[in-house]
Design a protein around this ligand. Sequence first.
Ligand code: SF4
Length: 299
Amino acid sequence: MNLPKGHLSPSQLNTLDRCELQFKIFVVEGAKAPPDCALIVKSATHKSILEGDLKQKISSGLNMGETDIIELHRAELEQAVPKMNEDPNRTDDPVKIIDTETAYFSQIVKATEPWRKETRPVSVEQDVEGVIGGVPVKGRIDLIRDETTHNRLQDLKRVGQSPKAGMAEKSRQLATYAKLTGITDVGLVSIVENKAPKVVPDPGQIVNVSRIEAQYQKAAARIEWLMQTDNWMPVDVSDSRKDWICSKAYCGAWRADSKDWLTGRPIACPYGERAQTRISISDGNLIDKLNQSVLTQEK
Ligand code: SF4
């Protein structure tokens, strides 16, 4: 099996579903997108709550104090200032971002308190790997928690909107980890970024893992075919469920001056900012349009 990294992961499958070209640039060719302040802030939330508070609770049985969690979070952000400065889409000064985020995060710490207190963590940020449907798969589980009679897998997310009911059952990430660990009780804990943050815990549900094998088999076959034919498709902008992906916020290759953050190699996608023709896959002869668009841009 010819896979670019020797294995698949839920996030690779999500990238492939979003845009094949994005998959080619960032997974097959291994380019690294520039830092993104919004992701840095989310990562600091994850680290201070999961790797700080709940990790300590595994050994001590106690939660960290509020002030300690907030300080840990601020320290995470402060050490990321050089990265924030390299975010090409940054709209604020890092000092201002840190001050604003620290004030907001202190509300998150309060809002998450009931969930953090009742959580009995078994492990946090645990690497997991195995084979699903003959395909090697790797991933990292946010949290495994003790529910007295069994364990539950939980994913912690910071999101803009309240999740719809049943999201945990639909989550490819959780279904993957359920298949790899045999723990089929899964849940999502969402920190909703309202003016005052709201925490939507998930009581947990039993996930049906049977669908996940076919997803990995299909993705592996699709990737092998794409790598053989080099026929990677851009986002179909006529699909309103996907057109948002083709934007500076969601694609590190969208900007005309996009570079691999590690090597400085130009990685701008011809269908991003510099595209003269946007591609509508459902409309007309796609291949002709793609060829025409690339030729136009290369003139
Ligand atoms: S700019 Fe659009 S088409 Fe190109 S890789 Fe990014 S998401 Fe895909």
